[in-house]
Design a protein around this ligand. Structure first.
Ligand SMILES: [Zn+2]
Length: 120
């Protein structure tokens, strides 16, 4: 499954962080994922829960912010967004088009229960 390889990449960055900071339990994870990654959020969360079993991340709530596609024309400087990436600038027709957003796979923030700092 496509999502599983993304989850493995995320765990590869998150688990060393947990070990370094001696986090025993991560409460919440905010992710930013570009729509060009074609991730199904439910599938990603399911894979995450499966793959993180037995780690400090096992009970974390995963929240996903989807980042839309942004493109920019290198010729005329026009910027636009949309559902699907375009091969040509809608302004001047140039094919010198750069995709500036939509490929994100980023950990935006983490919420961690610090030891002895839990309410209740
Ligand atoms: Zn253009």
């Amino acid at each position: 499954m496509h999502e599983m390889s993304l989850v493995e990449a995320l765990l590869d960055s998150l688990l060393p962080l947990c070990a370094e900071n001696k986090w025993e339990k991560v409460d919440r994870i905010h992710l930013r994922i570009g729509s060009l990654r074609q991730v199904i959020p439910e599938a990603l969360v399911f894979c995450f829960q499966t793959a993180s079993s037995g780690t400090p991340l096992a009970e974390a709530a995963v929240e996903i912010t989807e980042i839309g596609i942004r493109q920019k024309c290198d010729q005329c400087g026009l910027e636009w967004g949309g559902e699907i990436p375009l091969g040509r600038c809608p302004g001047c027709g140039s094919i010198e088009v750069a995709t500036t957003a939509g490929f994100e796979l980023e950990i935006d923030s983490l919420e961690v229960f610090e030891n002895g700092n839990e309410a209740g």
